[in-house]
Design a binder for this molecule. Sequence first.
Ligand code: GLN
Length: 204
Amino acid sequence: MQQSIKIGVLAFHGDVIEHILSLKKAASKLNLSMEVLSVRTKKDIDHIDGLIIPGGESTTLYKLCEREGMLESIKKIKNIFGTCAGAILMAKAINNKTKDQKTLELMDIEIDRNAYGRQTDSFEKPIETSLGNLLAVFIRAPKIKSIGKSIIVIAKDADEIIACEQNISGCYYLALCFHPELTSTLFHEHFLKKISLNFTSTQS
Ligand code: GLN
């Protein structure tokens, strides 16, 4: 029998329900057996194959993970997909950070927080990506300012990198500056496909 892939969505704040729904639609399009769970404690992390870190506020998200003693367990997850504040949490370096702001330091990217201005400067626009086209929603979004050698760029807005991925030490990371969960399942499908490839190779 096909084993289910288990995906967690960090559920402190942000588009938790929208990510869960996008994952379910993506799994059904791929005809993949998948379970989704909301992650709020360290215990929830046991046995998940991948985690989505939704947008929200990166300082708060980090502090809540720290309060729950989840930081080290999150760093051990093999597949992580961060959107907006989630992407900020994955970056090794951040500009325009709040005092003493820390991240999980997973991806070789330098990210500019609030790079488009204030909340009222949020916007949406159609973009092209190497996975296909979609309407991208930018909510007080960051920009990826520089990348390490092993980062693959998936989308740019003019000259700015807004989506990228990295395979590093057996882990897969995906970071987006916008909110795909509001308009598309393209990136959720991509994330699930990456996990299911590893899943199949480690199960056989
Ligand atoms: N500006 C937020 C931060 O710094 C991110 C915004 C978002 O996730 N939509 O964390």
